[in-house]
Design a binder for this molecule. Sequence first.
Ligand SMILES: [Zn+2]
Length: 325
Amino acid sequence: MKTPISWIIDDPAPIISVYYEHAGKPNTQDGRPLIPTYSNEMFFEFCDIIERNGICGKFSVVPMPGNKGDIVNGLDGVSKEDLDEWMNCLKTRVMPAFSVGPEMLTHHKAVDLETGAALPMNERDWASTQDRKTFVPYISKALSLLKEAGLYSIGVTSPWDFGIEVEDEYEHSISASVEQVTGSKKAWFFLRGLRDRPNAKPWVAREEDGRTLVSIPATTRDYIWQTIDCPRTDDEYVSEIADNLITADGKEGHIIRVLNTGGYPILITHWQSLMSNGLGTGLRVMDEVGKRIKEHLSDKVEWMSFEQITDLVLSNKEAYPKPVF
Ligand SMILES: [Zn+2]
């Protein structure tokens, strides 16, 4: 069997940049104003890249991005045409190569579910003191918004490290919410990284009441993030960043190190990393990495969505024990 490889794309939402909303600063590190929105043209470029290179993985859809409305009833400052175009593109070009899932409701301020109003703390801080009584309605709301928008989702991503202080309650709640909203007894989630550890693989996080929850970790770093804060767009810069994951000769880089220790390369980047504050440098890095993987690793690795990885884990649970943290 070929080794699974997958790419985590954190933080996407239609048009709205959740990074702009939660960054807490107006400018990039080199002093350019952060841009509040990303065009659909850049989304189409992303689709060209994943199609050209056969890339699969996980793609978040933040359902109430930056507390600016929601993907079902409309987003502040986003035309219905642009929102519809984004959602259609997601359904026809990103899925099913990528499993979609909410990255909780806003990736910004926590939400009062009764009124829809923003609470005075971010979702990460809110989550740190919750339990299943409040997590289940919150996560179910996020999954329900995706369902209403026509997106089938049996997994979630944690904004920042949402829920890590109360992981047991959080894990129970993910699994229960997925069953409540979709009827699925299997679910996946992304919270933790397993970086620079040998044999880094997903694991069975929880089994209860006939439900199983699989935790899928990132096993590399987001080297593309730096393109947000750099005006460079030259080919050498793009190639150097790609080298961190896989060099042009296919011999070195984080992906190769993970493979050499028996692990699964589960790459991670963010929507804002790919958009590079409007320059799209990150998209070019992704394209280059995809090309190098295709050229050098086609006989060793197989691209998989998070749902395919979940099914693989469930087909042989004993082979995927929970690591010690
Ligand atoms: Zn995120």
